[in-house]
Design a protein around this ligand. Sequence first.
Ligand SMILES: C[S@@+](CC[C@H](N)C(=O)[O-])C[C@H]1O[C@@H](n2cnc3c(N)ncnc32)[C@H](O)[C@@H]1O
Length: 256
Amino acid sequence: MASPWNPEQYHRFRNERSQPFFDLLELVAPVPGGTVIDLGCGTGELTEALHAKTGAATTLGLDSSETMLAKAADHAGSGLSFAQGDITSFEGQFDVVFSNAALQWLNGHETLIPAVASHVKPGGQLAFQVPANADHPSHLVAHAVAREAPFAEALGGYSREWPVLPPERYAEILDGLGFEPLHVRLQVYGHHLPSSEGVIEWVKGTLLTDYERRMPAELYAAYLKRYRERLLAEIGGHTPYFYAFKRILAWGRKPA
Ligand SMILES: C[S@@+](CC[C@H](N)C(=O)[O-])C[C@H]1O[C@@H](n2cnc3c(N)ncnc32)[C@H](O)[C@@H]1O
């Protein structure tokens, strides 16, 4: 299945998307001369900021998407490198295992988080951020349209599973692994989009890519039209539109 990640579409909301990254980065203590991995690094400029803040000797940006990595290559150098790989099957242990806005693409967080945490060196840090907005109409309508004809047939009944757990569950999992201290929080990021239509442009760069890659282009165009209709009926046509977006930020230190 071709990678649907489109750096241009994703970057349309670059500032809004980078704030949670910098909030997560605030939680990470520097590891001068240490090792860092950024899981689902995307286009690499934020990985560069991670590398600079931690003072690590080496930082590896890992991503499965060739299109995202092609952009990331521009940021490589001075100990920062990028590689194609999968979050479920990479190797090594690191002083910091970091992931911003990527783990929500993988299912089974009850086992995924311990698996990711196993790559943290003793005394090292795990930091991740995931969206927690599955109950917003922007997401609910996307799945509802996917269950309508003719999209449901084309998708073979597929509707995206939402794997993100409640924030307290991440705290419990990390506590169960001995991580201490812990910092886990739910934060609402308010985005003033020019209009309600801005929500469509937002989800086109993320959530909808999952449906896009599963249907022919002309059917996806029809899907978008129907999504727009139903979404605007649900949230109303506002100018500007306040898009309240919940996210979970989690950080913890592994016992030495
Ligand atoms: C929403 S982007 C976030 C990119 C970057 N971390 C940022 O904050 O801008 C999610 C990234 O996760 C990557 N990704 C999704 N599933 C992955 C997997 N199983 N293994 C590696 N990368 C994955 C995608 O290719 C994409 O670049």
